[in-house]
Ligand binder design. Structure first.
Ligand code: OOG
Ligand code: NI
Length: 472
């Protein structure tokens, strides 16, 4: 068999994303409503703002807008996480970034499996935020042991998907038939199971320890807990969700609304109460309910350099210290957020000058430019345009906010901050990929191309390259 008969991983990813969306809409009809709302708002925004349309078009974002989606799952053991890594690799999705959620009082740490190259993201941007339970943070030894036993005795993957993953690894690809089977088999891992694996009292014990633990250990699999389309106006979407009584969370996570959006803003409708079944001690079924699944939306802005990210973290932390419980006083929270972020320039040239964000450099002319030109001159004279690079990753403080609003109540067990990237990577079976390197590479390649187009040879570009490579 020749390599050309294999299905490109982006096609498998797209088919999987579609199948997942269909399944989730069927399982959680309110998610279908959210999708419609976002589509409507995006159409209106594009119609009202031709500049936005152009900007999205120029950065290759327009054609993938309607299928921009992420999802999230939570798993319980190292071996589950390691097999997921192999499963996602079939779809060209690799672990990018380490997120410590213990900081936000959540006993998990996470990564996001996503495509790595820009052309892959453009082909299909689907990604999965994946969290691993920190059993080491469960203080109650008895519960800890029970959780371990439940996790060790479940198998969240079908035999079929394991076989296909092995085939993929041997052949370095899947045929059309195998790819179709793979999507169906892989989907099973993410399906909802109404039947819990424990009785009611055991479920309650986990719930009281931390609601998240009950969600992770009491079921047969790590049901997909939300999907997320991309909106062009999250403020409008939030208002509409309120008007439609969709029970949105109280605040939009992330930076405030800006002329030039940075990073990521997110909100969600809160997790629904869903009917589940317990086994009682006689093996009979008993009705109960579980709250875990929700729908989320996101608005993406530009990726920030480590320097920009530090400024973002520092400003957000300042606001969180001033307004300890944003949910209790939403207006004050937004006001303080706006006030603090006045310190973050909202002008592309300034963001570039202060090296706070990543950009693609586009040569705007084919005419030769003086070899003595510097970037300021090239930009000011319209020879080069700067296009912000879209942020493709996540934010731990926002993620913790999303977790919290879907856990209904404050956890009774305190979780202390304890990042452990080494333990996470050991469970995963490889290091996570640095998100900053990804953006820096896109930027560096665009600079090279831009200089070539402007007629600079290697020696001539040295000065200009030096000027921008201080940018990580
Ligand atoms: C994941 C929450 C984090 C995001 O978009 O930041 C997340 C979860 O609830 O499992 O999805
Ligand atoms: Ni999410």
């Amino acid at each position: 068999m020749t390599a050309t008969s294999f299905v490109p991983s982006s096609r498998i990813r797209a088919a999987f994303a579609r199948a997942m969306s269909d399944m989730y809409r069927h399982e959680v009809p309110q998610y279908g409503q959210l999708l419609q709302l976002v589509q409507q708002i995006n159409q209106q925004e594009l119609a009202q703002d031709p500049e936005l349309q152009q900007a999205l078009d120029a950065s290759d974002n327009l054609q993938r807008l309607s299928d921009e989606r992420h999802g999230a799952i939570r798993v319980g053991s190292a071996s589950e996480l390691a097999t997921l890594r192999r499963l996602f690799a079939v779809m060209g999705m690799y672990p990018v970034a380490y997120y410590d959620l213990s900081e936000g009082g959540i006993p998990v740490h996470s990564t996001a499996f996503r495509p790595l190259q820009l052309d892959e993201l453009n082909a299909n941007p689907f990604r999965i935020f994946t969290s691993l339970l920190r059993l080491d943070l469960i203080k109650d030894q008895d519960l800890h042991a029970q959780a371990q036993q439940l996790l060790a005795s479940r198998s969240i993957f079908t035999d079929g998907v394991i076989r296909l993953i092995e085939q993929f690894e041997q052949q370095q690809g899947l045929t059309q038939q195998q790819a179709g089977d793979f999507v169906q088999e892989a989907l099973e891992t993410f399906r909802w199971h109404q039947q819990a694996r424990v009785d009611r009292s055991q479920y309650q014990r986990f719930l009281h320890s931390h609601r998240l633990i009950a969600d992770i250990v009491c079921f047969r699999g790590p049901h997909i807990n939300h999907l997320t389309p991309r909106t062009l106006n999250i403020d409008r979407a939030q208002l509409q969700m309120q008007a439609m009584e969709m029970n949105p969370k109280a605040i939009i996570e992330g930076p405030p609304r800006r002329k030039h959006p940075i990073l990521l803003r997110q909100t969600s409708f809160k997790a629904l109460d869903e009917d589940i079944l317990f086994f009682d001690t006689d093996g009979k079924q008993q009705a109960g309910s579980h709250t875990a699944r929700f729908g989320e939306i996101e608005q993406r802005g530009m990726a920030l350099t480590p320097k920009g990210r530090d400024l973002y973290d520092q400003l957000l932390q300042q606001v969180r210290q001033e307004v300890v419980d944003p949910v209790a006083d939403v207006d004050t929270y937004y006001r303080q957020l706006d006030k603090a972020f006045a310190q973050f320039p909202d002008d592309l040239q300034q963001i570039w000058q202060q090296q706070l964000g990543y950009f693609r450099y586009r040569a705007a002319t084919d005419t030769a430019v003086p070899l003595t030109a510097d970037w300021n001159w090239l930009l000011d004279n319209g020879h080069v345009h700067l296009l912000p690079i879209t942020y493709e990753d996540f934010l731990p403080v926002s993620a913790a906010g999303i977790f919290h609003s879907n856990l209904q109540e404050q956890p009774s067990q305190q979780v202390t901050r304890s990042p452990n990237q080494a333990a996470f990577e050991q469970a995963l079976g490889c290091p996570v990929i640095s998100e900053f390197e990804f953006y820096a590479q896109i930027q560096a390649r665009s600079i090279e191309q831009c200089l070539q187009q402007l007629g600079f040879d290697e020696a001539d570009s040295a000065g200009l390259l030096h000027e921008v490579t201080i940018n990580p």
